[in-house]
Ligand binder design. Structure first.
Ligand code: 9J3
Ligand code: ZN
Ligand code: ZN
Length: 262
C-alpha cells in the first residue's frame, strides 16, 4: 500500500495495464529548446498532468547514433502515463558517442530536477536512464558515472566497452535476436555478463527483432520497461510479479535474470 511505500503511484497493476498504450495518468508535454540548456541538445518533457499523488521519479531517454528524439518519442508518453516525468533528449550532435551520451543523459536529469518548469513535480533522489543503441551504451556509461541512479534500461545497446563490472544500478538490457548493428553476442550479452551477479540485472532478447525495435511502439519492450522502472525507481513491489518469475511472452527468445529482486 501507499502507506508502506510512499513512492508507489497509480492503481494496482495488471497484465492489461502494463500492456496498454497509455497508463492511468493523463500526460502533458513541454519542449525544451537547445538554446536554454547546457550539456545536451534539448528535448521534450512528458509528465503526469496531476500533482494529486505527489512527486514522481524521472527518466531521461537518449536516441541512437544519427537519430533524434523523434526516433524514441513514443517512449515518452508511454512511460509518463504510468507515473514518471520523462525527458526524451536530442544530443549535442547526432554523431556523439556513448560516453558523451551518458554525460548528456545526466545533464538532462540535472536540468529536469534543478531548472525545468516541472522540477517541483520530481523526486530528485529517484532518477533513471534509458536509450537506444549508442544511447543504451550511454545509459551504461551514466550509471558508471553516477551510481545513485535507481534504474537503467539500455535498448539494443551499442558500446565498444564490453566491461561493466562497476555497475551497481539495477540494469535491464533489452536486445533484439536479429540485430545486425549491435549484435547481442557482441553487445547486450557481454554487457549483461560483465555486470556483477550481486547487482540487480536482467536481459531480455526479443525474438527475431532487429536493431530498430525501440523505434516503434513495442508492447513487450514497454511492459517490462515500465515494470523495471516501477520496481526500482518507485520501489514498487507490486510490479515484481511481472519480472519474477521471469516472463515467458511468446516473443521473448531468451530471458536472463537475478530473481528474486530484493
Ligand atoms: O546508435 C547506434 O545505432 C549505434 C550503432 C552504430 O551505428 O554503430 C556503428 C558505429
Ligand atoms: Zn563521461
Ligand atoms: Zn527466435
Amino acid at each position: 500500500s501507499a502507506q508502506e511505500n510512499p513512492y508507489e503511484r497509480g492503481p494496482d497493476p495488471t497484465e492489461n495495464s502494463i500492456e496498454a498504450t497509455r497508463g492511468p495518468f493523463a500526460v502533458s508535454q513541454t519542449s525544451v529548446s537547445s538554446l536554454v540548456v547546457t550539456g545536451f541538445g534539448g528535448g521534450t518533457i512528458y509528465y503526469p498532468t496531476s500533482t494529486a499523488e505527489g512527486t514522481f521519479g524521472a527518466v531521461a531517454v537518449s536516441p541512437g547514433f544519427t537519430a533524434t528524439q523523434s526516433s524514441i518519442a513514443w517512449i515518452g508518453p508511454r512511460l509518463a502515463s504510468q507515473g514518471f516525468v520523462v525527458i526524451t533528449i536530442d544530443t549535442l550532435t547526432v554523431l556523439d558517442q556513448p560516453d558523451s551520451r551518458g554525460d548528456q543523459l545526466l545533464a538532462a536529469l540535472d536540468y529536469l530536477t534543478q531548472r525545468s518548469s516541472v522540477r517541483g513535480r520530481i523526486d530528485a533522489s529517484r532518477l533513471a536512464v534509458s536509450g537506444h543503441s549508442m544511447g543504451g551504451g550511454g545509459s551504461l556509461e551514466a550509471t558508471e558515472t553516477r551510481p545513485s541512479l535507481q534504474a537503467s534500461v539500455p535498448l539494443a545497446p551499442w558500446n565498444a566497452d564490453k566491461t561493466w563490472s562497476s555497475v551497481r544500478t539495477p540494469t535491464f538490457i533489452i536486445g533484439g535476436e536479429s540485430d545486425s548493428v549491435a549484435s547481442v553476442s557482441s553487445h547486450s550479452i557481454p554487457f549483461y555478463q560483465s555486470i556483477p551477479a550481486a547487482s540487480e540485472k536482467a536481459y531480455m532478447e526479443l525474438d527475431g527483432a532487429s536493431h530498430f525495435f525501440p523505434n516503434t511502439p513495442n508492447t513487450t519492450m514497454a511492459k517490462y520497461l515500465i515494470s523495471w522502472m516501477k520496481r526500482f525507481v518507485d520501489n514498487d513491489t507490486r510490479y515484481e510479479q511481472f519480472l519474477c518469475p521471469p516472463p515467458n511472452d511468446s516473443d521473448i527468445e531468451e530471458y536472463r535474470h537475478t530473481c528474486p529482486h530484493v
